[in-house]
Design a protein. Structure first.
Length: 531
């Protein structure tokens, strides 16, 4: 999840340019060119940090024939002195998806699977809601967000942290109803990447975490990186910061928040890495899997496969004076967004967690890679990324700070309009039954149980798999109540009881705020009383 600038929602596109051929890996050891990058990066980062009250930023830039530019700015956690440096670990979130895609590519190279294999060939118990989709779903389909599942389906199992484990994704999928036809369009999901992680384990005999560590992170020289937040063993870790309101998340003063993602999501977003690490990753990507010592991690064929668009996301008329980098077409490949950027091919991804957003981007035609890691939910990482890309390609000057500031102001105006009278004032109506009649245990087949009990003269709800989701319930319209979670626990829900013949027959939910991140997918829940 993240705030107003949830770039993992974006559909980005690929230009018509072909793949570049690099004569040598971009990590080659040569003298650093005096091209003004260091001074430009310092100025850009300082401007964004001052304008948006950003505690800390990490930057990596890789280019052919020169040493990577690596630098940390600011502090790991606001109010504390420890600085962000080039070894500070950030949660790279959905940037992890490209690692899962690369792991599968290595298994394809090894002949252990094929992109067109049915998932059931390797995971026989795999099921989707529609048996026809189950039969058609391929390994490739797990990675490209065209399954028909609605946006963020199943995310509530692992966001915030819960007791669910990766194998629970297989139990959940048959109950997650599609929003559109199979391969009929784009809706971003995480749960199928969790299945991809399970598939890697089935085929390789190693857990996703172990495979990624031994076959990718270590050979790449990503010495700071670990595949899961629970494996961090250093204090040099970026803090988390967000604006929690009032009136809604994404507005108000910057505050420290705690990590809240589950290790269940590792294959979709669990890697923790430094900008020093990510420079190695970007260099290997642009060298088509070849390391500086000549070792090859994946074939050139698979490198091209991972960057080939699979799912069309959208299109526009292209750049405008207000947004000169606006893409013409947008697609998703295997773990990467693809788009045009000022007439050049850009391969990129973002990652959003509570309190952190990270960006990775490559211009393959130039051998340029940029990563920007931030310890806030604000969109500074995207603005800094664009400003650095512009400098590196010699694009016309553009005020990316003002661009982001304008987006923030627009978001705030839209937010206030969207919530006007909607989340601070209860709708008319109330309970039609005694409070005791609402108490009980209710079960959703993919998420699990909630328990509603009487407490202190009111009702109390316990989302049993999710420790932070425990709260009094406040009446909120006819047979409906709202949660009151702790301020940094996540988005609140409206809990509606279906009543028939004086009894509760079911419970449905929706996010209280119309601006809630898609990972709070309460609307996909459908609880029935446990007899």
């Amino acid at each position: 999840m993240s705030g107003f600038s949830v770039t993992r929602r974006q559909a980005l596109a690929l230009s018509s340019g072909g793949l570049a051929t690099l004569a040598t890996p971009a990590w080659a050891r040569h003298a650093l060119l005096d091209d003004g990058l260091a001074a430009k990066a310092d100025a850009v980062v300082a401007a964004f940090m001052e304008k948006f009250e950003t505690p800390g930023i990490g930057v990596a830039v890789v280019r052919p024939g020169v040493e990577p530019f690596l630098k940390g700015y600011g502090v790991r956690t606001m109010g504390q002195a420890a600085p962000v440096d080039v070894h500070t670990r950030f949660g790279i979130a959905s940037n992890s998806k490209a690692f899962t895609a690369a792991a599968l590519a290595m298994l394809v190279d090894a002949g252990k699977l094929d992109w067109e294999d049915p998932v059931t060939k390797h995971i026989p118990e795999f099921r989707m809601y529609d048996p026809a989709v189950t039969a058609m779903m391929t390994v490739r389909d797990l990675l490209v967000h065209r399954s028909g599942l609605p946006l963020g389906a199943g995310d509530l199992m692992f966001f915030p942290a819960s007791s669910h484990v990766p194998e629970d994704a297989l139990t959940a999928l048959p109950y997650l109803k599609p929003a559109r036809g199979f391969r009929a369009g784009y809706d971003y999901d995480n749960i199928l990447y969790i299945v991809a992680g399970l598939l890697i384990a089935r085929v390789s005999g190693e857990r996703w975490e172990d495979f990624v560590s031994t076959r990718l992170l270590r050979p790449l020289g990503m010495a700071d990186a670990v595949p899961s937040r629970d494996m961090l063993d250093t204090p040099n870790v970026a803090g988390r910061h967000a604006r929690l309101g009032p009136p809604v998340r994404g507005m108000g003063a910057m505050e420290v928040v705690q990590p809240d993602e589950s290790v269940m999501m590792n294959a979709a977003g669990g890697i923790q890495a430094s900008v020093s690490d990510i420079a190695h990753w970007l260099s290997a990507q642009m060298a088509f899997g070849v390391l500086p010592d000549g070792e090859r991690l994946w074939s050139r064929e698979q490198a091209m496969e991972m960057w080939t668009p699979q799912t069309i996301i959208g299109a526009s008329n292209g750049p405008t004076p207000e947004y000169p980098a606006r893409p013409v077409t947008t697609t998703y490949a295997l773990g990467w967004f693809c788009q045009d950027y000022r007439g050049e091919r850009l391969i990129q991804h973002s990652g959003g967690l509570s309190g952190q957003v990270t960006q990775t981007a490559m211009l393959p035609g130039r051998g340029i890679g940029v990563a920007v890691f931030s310890n806030t939910e604000d969109g500074v990482s995207a603005g800094i990324r664009n400003a650095l890309l512009d400098h590196l390609i010699g694009a016309p000057a553009f005020d990316w700070v003002n661009w982001l500031d304008t987006r923030v102001a627009s978001y705030q105006q839209q937010s206030l309009a969207a919530i006007s009278g909607g989340i601070d004032t209860a709708p008319e109506g109330g309970p039609s039954l005694p409070l005791s009649a609402y108490a009980g245990r209710y079960r959703d087949p993919w998420y699990g149980d909630i328990v509603v009990s009487e407490k202190d003269g009111g009702l109390f709800i316990d989302f049993t798999p999710t420790p932070v989701f425990k709260s009094p319930l406040t009446p909120w319209g006819p047979d409906a109540f709202r949660t009151n979670f702790a301020k940094d626990a996540g988005e609140d829900a409206v809990v509606t009881f279906t009543v028939a013949d004086g009894k509760v027959t079911g419970v449905t939910m929706k996010p209280l705020s119309p601006l809630a991140d898609f990972s709070y997918d309460y609307q996909h829940l459908d609880f029935a009383p446990v007899q």
